[in-house]
Design a protein. Sequence first.
Length: 383
Amino acid sequence: TSSKLRDVGTTIFTEMTALARKTGAVNLGQGFPDSDGPPKVLAAAQAAIASGLNQYPPLDGLPELKQAIASTRQARYGQEFDPDGQIMVTAGATEAIASAIIALCEPGDEVVLFEPYYDSYLANLAMAGAVRRPVQLRPDGERFGFDPDELRAAITPRTKLLLLNSPHNPTGKVFTRQELELIAALCIEHDLIAVTDEVYEYLIYDGLAHLPLATLPGMAERTLTISSAGKTFSATGWKVGWACGPANLVAAARKAKQFLTFAGGTPFHAAVAVGLTEELGWVSALCADLQSRRDRLRAGLEACGAKTYPCEGTYFLQIDARSLGFDDGIEFCHHLVAKAGVVAIPAQVFFDDVESGKRYVRFAFCKSDVVLDEAIARLERSF
Ligand code: PMP
Ligand code: GLN
């Protein structure tokens, strides 16, 4: 392994899912749903294969998908993207994020991001030789928040880019307008590029709303907005994501993307276009469903004595392992597999400041009621 990737290990998701398979534990670790997306979207993928859409798509993706992405962003958020040059379809949001970081950062450039962070960001920063400057999210009353002064202090003359994930994995935080306004003001003041990871944009609860950073004044021209069909249509294995933004930022990211995968997943592009055009009603129902599953899992965890943290969006709910007698989430997760037969994710792996992250353990609630109830029953017997 090159020195660049020396610190990159096996992802925690692979590790914990393998452990669940080996031990027969209930897997509330890796975030993927256990039911399929809208039947019409599944049928559209099959129809696309039958109709011969089986060769490379254009580098930027199938035109009907780019058009559907443009129309959806326009209708939901009032964002204007030209499908010809301002939208690029990728192999999941993962490739869009990697392309952006590799294409936009010089070695030594600094990237400000919120901690805990999604793990692929770190590997991408390492590939680019960029330096991370985390700003910690902490529970603040009923929500997770950050200290504006810490954010200001994390920005230096070397900062190139701010990477924002909202709704946020693993805290479940949805950034508020006020928080986004502060972030936008700092991006403008310091002339930063923003890259936003909005893969959970549709999975927001309790009547809260998603506000893309790029919609704030002065941000459209400096923001690359990234999302994905994986969570929206319960199709995480399809790996269809996209990046939208000003032509210069998309062009830069395209340079990396064309030599990462070039392009792929043609029939899935066609199917996701159908999803965005015809099945957003299905997505609203999914969202309502997930909210009730969040509540079900939270109630079950609390009945076992776990302290849970607020969750406003995503697939994830965190607990404080100390409330169940463990100072270290990794120890807790190993105990959980061995004693209860349940897999969760120790969220400290998403922290630079491991000491602060030790208490957090993430549970995925994007599972059927039967699976959640089984996990809760197992926890109840063990705690
Ligand atoms: N960003 C976040 C915050 C995620 O949780 C995930 C995992 N699904 C991704 C990006 C990756 O998205 P995709 O599967 O579309 O590559
Ligand atoms: N996004 C998923 C999660 O946070 C995992 C995706 C992956 O396994 N790479 O659980």
